[in-house]
Design a protein around this ligand. Sequence first.
Ligand code: GLN
Length: 193
Amino acid sequence: MKVGVLALQGDVAEHASALTDCGAHVVEVRSPGQLAGLDGLVLPGGESTTISKLLELAGLFEPLAERLAEGMPAFGTCAGMILLAVGVVDGRPDQRSFGAIDIGVRRNAFGRQVRSFEASLDVDGIGGGAPFDAVFIRAPVVERVGPGVEVLAGVDGRPVLCRQGPVLVSAFHPELSEDTRLHRLFLDTCEGT
Ligand code: GLN
């Protein structure tokens, strides 16, 4: 399986190593040609305003939007979740998102803004029985969930892991946990499409 990690900014190496551990062939994506032949793409955490700008500078925004519209599986974590959402509140006015999953998010609004926190999540369908230890860093809050979106996990009644068809998003950073079950879940989607 050939899976890309958008490598303009953010937690690229951590995602690449989790995916490699799961047996995927990883391609770091910095230019449009590198989207060719991918079975899926991870959009990492970082700063969504910066990644949005770098996507445009690299000429990647439109080609990636096309691949997503064609149904390429994608896994967006934290800033990556913001980039895949239909609605973004508290973004920069020129910030763009792909609208690939029908959720509305508010940036930097989950938990205390200046610190990170961890939470143990019960996630349906990832096997193993044990909770997933999730790391949140200036995380977005999901404020609206469309009818076609499944909520796979939540914290304090807020969705933090959502899926719509081939698009999976988390408000937290699965690549920072020593637990690859969510990367495996994503690779199952890549395999199935
Ligand atoms: N606050 C960041 C943003 O708006 C996301 C933080 C993260 O990815 N850890 O893009």
